[in-house]
Design a protein around this ligand. Structure first.
Ligand code: GLN
Length: 552
């Protein structure tokens, strides 16, 4: 649609955060992207993470949330998943950068004499490298509009060099760069009034970096009234219509529609000197309505371990899984009821396993290490023996194979080498090339990562759900089902319904529907490729089976 962009230049929208983290910058970026895409523009999105980690692969999911894997295998921040899900595009490694990555490349260039012997300085060389990366990514995606999220909140040391990059870009191309700040507007219960002061401070702090926001997205537990909008406008130096109300919503997919209630796409296009008559959010709206109108619920229990942080329970580590379940629930017109179950509970009290009966389906997502895995294995056994629909993802597949080997094949000490490096029966083993990585302590970005092809068995549960012969799915693992045990497992009734094209790697394990209503587990992560508009077929099949159990 670059025709619409009369001057044919890419436009940039930077999104920064104020007051506090966790108020939804990622969803703001995704939603702004969605509404502009619906106006006919080619949109790309970009995340800047202020961490020193070179990529997100080495960050603890309890602290930083899920590691989202791109098709090219890059391990990134969970927000990249939101962008892909909202925009329906596939992003790549160029759409993500951390402080660590930027410094690493500047230092490498310096070592290669690419700065021709001059002094290399934090300013301007770091922001210049940031700008270079943004521009080269945008050129690759031939984007009309690039939306760039700067992690953290204004006023932190960590993102100051990225804000400097925004300032420099604005000076260079004033007509092509705008900034939105996503701020929080609290209503303290004792005061009973919505307070704009924290937002005023945040904007003033942003002003101190030389940036005036063009748009203020005011996150709050309720919609902003006109009075608050006017107050923010006056004190923060913007027009009242540039203050966008972003109240809490039941579904994040409502956010683009809410933004349009405040005419955000028109406002943005005007500021960017663009125009378009197209409006294409109808499909989206239809699905959001379906979520809202769903009456019957499907109860899914997720058995994992990355939930607890101090006294709080966070589910950010499994965000793509949650969203994929929601997409599938919407597809079958049901509402999703999710429960987090800590697998260590089953280790402490075997009798708790019975509580799994209250769920229509149980899912075990990816994971690492040995904590809580006996609890997961016990849960898988319970689901298998009690015909509760079971869906395993990555570790959830490997442990399903361990469980089958132990309790059906009778190999009592079967295990994954990850949890028991000395096991005599390594039914899940390390891949040979991975052994060397671990020996050399070469942990970062060295797993089997990104998309790989799998060949499906046509008459299997998986083959029917996908209704295709091959699929490309995203991976993130070091261990594999050991080929030496595959024949025995098959003879004992486990079906490997997808393998790598050379037949060596087992990509999906399942039980025949005659024996179990739904028992299926994937070595890959289907959750990374699901969206509201195109729900993932395996998640849909799992939810259909779960909804079916309820009826019985
Ligand atoms: N820990 C397992 C492995 O490395 C599974 C990884 C995962 O669940 N993402 O192979």
């Amino acid at each position: 649609m670059s025709k619409k962009n009369t001057r044919n230049r890419t436009k940039y929208i930077f999104v920064v955060g104020g007051v506090m983290s966790g108020v939804g910058k990622g969803i703001t970026v995704s939603s702004i992207g969605k509404i502009l895409q619906a106006r006919g523009f080619n949109v790309t999105a970009f995340k800047i993470d202020p961490y020193i980690n070179v990529d997100a692969g080495t960050m603890n999911p309890t602290e930083h949330g899920e590691v989202f894997v791109l098709k090219d295998g890059y391990e990134t921040d969970q927000d990249m998943g939101n962008y892909e899900r909202f925009l329906g595009v596939e992003l790549d490694r160029d759409n993500y950068m951390t402080t660590g990555l930027v410094y690493k490349s500047v230092i490498e260039k310096e070592r290669n004499l690419e700065y021709r012997g001059r002094c290399v300085q934090v300013v301007p060389d770091i922001p210049r490298e940031v700008i270079r990366r943004i521009k080269s990514s945008v050129a690759k995606h031939a984007a009309d509009i690039a939306i760039i999220e700067i992690g953290g909140t204004v006023g932190e040391y960590e993102n100051i060099l990225f804000l400097e990059a925004v300032r420099m870009m604005k000076i260079e191309n004033p007509a092509d760069v705008i900034t939105a700040i996503v701020s929080y507007v609290p209503t303290p219960s004792k005061v009973g009034e919505m307070k704009t002061k924290p937002t005023q401070h945040a904007v003033r702090t942003l002003n101190g970096t030389g940036i005036q926001p063009d748009i203020i997205v005011a996150r709050a537990d309720r919609p902003l009234d006109e009075k608050r909008k006017e107050k923010i406008a006056t004190f923060c130096n913007v027009h009242t219509e540039d203050v966008i109300s972003a109240p809490d919503v039941e579904s994040i997919y409502q956010v683009p529609l809410n933004f349009e209630k405040d005419n955000l796409s028109d406002i943005l296009l005007k500021k960017l000197g663009l125009s378009s008559r197209k409006r294409g959010l109808a499909d989206w709206e239809k699905r959001v309505k379906r979520i809202r109108n769903a009456k019957e619920t499907v109860k899914i229990g997720v058995v994992g371990k990355y939930f607890k942080t101090g006294d709080f329970v966070l589910s950010d580590a499994y965000i793509s899984v949650i969203e994929a379940l929601k997409h599938a629930a919407c597809e079958i017109g049901k509402s999703l009821e999710l429960t987090w179950i800590d697998s260590t509970d089953f280790e402490e009290k075997q009798s708790d396993l019975k509580t799994l009966k209250q769920y229509d389906g149980v899912l075990i997502p990816g994971g690492f290490g040995s904590r809580g895995i006996e609890g997961k294995i016990a849960a898988i056994r319970f689901c298998r023996e009690n015909k509760i629909p079971y869906f395993g993802l990555c570790y959830g597949m490997q442990l399903a194979v361990v469980e089958y080997a132990r309790n059906v094949l009778g190999i009592k000490d079967a295990h994954t080498v990850e949890a028991d490096p000395k096991t005599k029966n390594p039914v899940v083993d390390i891949m040979p090339e991975q052994k060397e990585n671990l020996r050399q302590k070469n942990y970062g970005a060295t797993m089997r990562l990104g998309h790989y092809e799998a060949v499906l068995a046509p008459n299997s549960l998986a083959g029917k759900a996908y209704a295709r012969k091959t699929v490309l799915e995203r991976h993130r693992h070091r261990y594999e089902v050991n080929p030496e045990y595959v024949e025995q497992l098959k003879e004992a009734g486990l079906v490997f319904s997808a393998t790598s094209p050379n037949g060596v790697l087992m990509e999906i394990a399942e039980l025949p529907v005659k024996k179990h209503p739904f028992f299926l587990a994937t070595q890959f992560h289907p959750e990374f490729q699901s969206s509201l508009i195109a729900p993932h077929p395996l998640f849909v099949a799992f939810l259909k089976a779960s909804a079916g159990k309820k009826k019985q």
